[in-house]
Write a protein that binds this ligand. Structure first.
Ligand code: AMP
Length: 299
């Protein structure tokens, strides 16, 4: 089944202690869509400017991502620049140029409104609401977010959390949202805000799900060399949603395996700048790492 993914479609300029790469294809929706496309067809909703390179449009198309919901407007594409510290965990934003994002009004093509799976990838919560308002009767809706929205759009975010089935955030955002540093206490508090499924991402330490069947600790695939973790969280949630959309049976029956597939997809993301590595992945590469993870964690 097909997934609707809305989020940022960006040009990312990324600096690490050893390299610098300007204007790569990035954005939460780009990472999530490519990751999801390994498992299910994706319909992308986003906006880019006239400066958006044709080769990036081609890259979406080569992953069979439907672009009827991608607006191309006069003006500049959203541009984000970030720099990583030596440990590759701490990152600071150097620049955010909103460009065409400033006036973005996501209007869904009619055919998108019946899609069963919806991923509201990181974008302003008001826009996530606007997309959800246009959906007819989605089966499973998951939202992701970032610290910026906790800082400047908390009322909108709290309303959104009430409307979704699943909410995904990283550990520092969870502690900011719940005022607790204990991840299990945070999961309980976030359930009280509405969602049935809460996932806290812990970077290279994996992620934790709390849902109707209890807690699941999902490992990260161990990597000896991280080149650029930008978009790993988006790849994780995109891969997870893609896997859920292609799986028969209930969400509860599939969500753990879906998280492991998301985790493996995110591992490829970290091995190259932007989407350079992820876009070269073959389904067999994913299956190989899933099997390895299974071996490493079974006892
Ligand atoms: P992550 O590494 O998972 O935090 O995601 C990084 C992606 O988020 C980059 O590709 C950026 O283009 C995108 N991004 C950065 N700032 C924003 C923002 N304010 N709104 C939406 N997306 C953003």
């Amino acid at each position: 089944m097909s997934i609707l993914i809305v989020g940022s479609t960006a040009l990312d300029s990324i600096k690490t202690p050893t390299a610098e790469n300007p204007r790569l294809l990035g954005g939460s929706a780009s990472h999530a869509s490519v990751a999801a496309s390994f498992f299910s067809p994706v319909s992308l909703v986003g906006v880019v400017g006239e400066d958006f390179p044709k080769k990036y449009l081609q890259l979406y198309k080569s992953h069979k991502i439907d672009l009827a919901g991608l607006q191309i407007l006069p003006g500049k594409t959203f541009h984000w620049a970030g720099e990583y510290e030596v440990n590759m965990n701490n990152r600071r934003t150097l620049l955010t140029e909103l460009g065409v994002f400033e006036t973005f009004n996501p209007t869904l093509p009619e055919a998108y409104r019946n899609l069963p799976y919806v991923l509201l990838a990181n974008i302003a919560p008001a826009l996530q609401h606007h997309v959800l308002d246009q959906m007819k009767k989605p089966k499973f809706v998951v939202a992701d977010t970032m610290d910026l929205w906790l800082n400047i759009a908390m009322p909108d975010l709290l309303k959104l959390i009430k409307r979704v089935d699943g909410f995904v955030l990283n550990d520092s955002e969870a502690s900011q949202l719940t005022q607790t540093d204990n991840v299990f206490a945070a999961l309980k508090k976030i359930h009280k805000l509405g969602p049935k499924y809460v996932i806290i991402k812990k970077g290279s330490h994996g992620s934790i799900l709390s849902g109707p069947t209890g807690i699941f600790i999902c490992p990260a695939y161990p990597l000896g060399n991280v080149k650029d973790p930008t978009g790993a969280g988006d790849s994780f949630v995109g891969g997870m949603m893609g896997y859920l959309a292609k799986s028969k049976g209930s969400i509860d029956a599939n969500i753990r395996a879906a998280m492991v597939h998301g985790s493996v997809t995110a591992s490829f993301c970290c091995e190259g700048f932007g989407l350079t590595r992820t876009t070269k992945v073959k389904p067999a590469d994913i299956q190989k790492r899933v099997k390895e993870l299974e071996k490493m964690t079974r006892f």
